[in-house]
Design a protein around this ligand. Structure first.
Ligand SMILES: NC(=O)C1=CN([C@@H]2O[C@H](COP(=O)(O)OP(=O)(O)OC[C@H]3O[C@@H](n4cnc5c(N)ncnc54)[C@H](O)[C@@H]3O)[C@@H](O)[C@H]2O)C=CC1
Ligand SMILES: O=C(O)C1=NCCCC1
Length: 337
């Protein structure tokens, strides 16, 4: 009979999962993922079930890393919550399986994993793409992701100024009150982002809040929210002008409103055709004036050397959280990535 699964609660996951382990681990595994060698890694685009009555979604995110014997899935729910709701908007559980026998070996809280993994991947994007001289960090949003991004960005990089904006100023103030170091609370997105070198967008917005005209040329944006095909955080100008990196090309095509909805500007293409009465008429068909924002590369393609990091340009890393890789030796409990 198989052993009972190890249970790791949020507190234990928080203690075991360190950025020092997570970052090199994710760099290696994302580089491998982008080679699409299914004998190494299988990670399909997640399945998402809308929970329409409650403005929520349920996502299932399986992954198999054959060489490492890791078979796992994250099960995640995410909701558009009213401002100030005491419920977390993203909740998750991670299951590890015995790849040979198929039984569950570990059940872990996925909320802390999601917070840290997502922030670690954004930090990797910032390592690769932020301008060489990066003095100002700006965080849009003041929830779970805003906090984990603040933690890892200020741990890894030295900024002269950190700014935060949130829809309700008191939420930004509450965010700042929990921190040791000084952070400027901004009254508008524009005020927060002007002159910023690194911008994190971690909001529940479904319409653009960050406009390209405000963004300093050469800045790096880690765009974490807007993980549905009809949600956006970034406007067309920014999406067109920036070099866009993603975690998974398939995921971005299926799920990123910032990419899918960019450049939808209708104009008319005219052509002549002879109709049945032998007269020539001019017909019009709608045509897009601007094409969709193009994905330049996956983060993994930069990490494995297939594509360059275009640090000199304005860069967007559109994160969707498609990559979930996790390893835990349940018997040892302290070897967790
Ligand atoms: N890319 C990824 O891997 C992941 C993305 N996410 C997404 O990141 C976003 C933030 O997640 P959490 O921090 O967990 O959520 P949260 O609920 O803790 O924080 C959300 C923040 O967004 C703000 N917000 C909500 N609606 C807004 C709107 N319409 N305009 C401007 N601000 C708005 C809230 O005031 C709050 O500051 C969500 O969209 C979530 O789905 C979450 C986990 C992983
Ligand atoms: O990767 C995740 O976990 C999530 N991604 C997008 C939406 C919320 C959770």
């Amino acid at each position: 009979m198989s052993e009972s699964p190890v249970l790791l609660n949020k507190h234990e996951v928080e203690r075991l999962l360190t950025y020092d382990d997570l970052i090199p681990r994710l760099e290696s595994v994302m580089g491998k993922f982008s080679k699409r060698d299914s004998s190494e890694i299988i990670q399909p685009v997640r399945s998402v079930v809308p929970i329409q009555q409650h403005s929520g979604f349920l996502g299932v995110m399986p992954a198999y890393l054959a060489a490492e014997g890791i078979l796992c899935t994250k099960i995640v729910t995410f909701y558009q919550r009213a401002e100030g709701s005491s419920l977390p908007s993203t909740q998750a559980t991670v299951l590890l399986f015995h790849p040979e026998h198929g039984h569950v070996t570990a059940i872990m809280d996925g909320e802390a994993i999601t917070a840290k993994r997502t922030a670690a991947v954004s930090a990797i994007s910032a390592k690769l793409f932020k301008p060489a001289l990066s003095e100002v960090l700006c965080i849009l949003g003041s929830g779970q992701q805003a906090r984990s991004h603040y933690d890892v960005f200020t741990k890894l990089f030295k900024f002269k100024e950190v700014r935060v904006w949130s829809r309700r100023k008191e939420m930004a103030q509450r965010f700042v009150n929990d921190l040791q170091d000084p952070v400027t609370v901004c009254s508008s997105v524009k005020e927060a982002v002007i002159g910023a070198d690194v911008i994190v967008t971690a909001t529940g917005a479904s319409q653009p809040i960050l406009f390209g005209e405000w963004v300093k040329p050469g800045a790096h944006i880690a765009a974490v929210g807007a993980c549905r095909p009809d949600w956006r955080e970034l406007d067309d100008v920014l999406m067109r002008e920036a070099v866009v990196y993603v975690d998974s090309r398939e995921g971005a095509t299926a799920e990123s409103g910032d990419i899918i909805l960019s450049g939808v500007c209708i104009t008319f293409h005219q052509y002549n055709i002879a109709d049945l009465s032998h007269h020539r008429h001019t017909y019009s068909t709608p045509k897009s004036l601007f094409s969709q924002a193009e994905v330049f590369a996956e983060l993994g393609e930069v990490l494995n050397g297939s594509f360059p990091a275009r640090r000199e340009k304005t860069t967007v890393f559109k994160s969707l959280g498609n990559l979930f890789f996790h390893s835990c030796d349940p018997k040892i409990k302290n070897k967790m990535f």
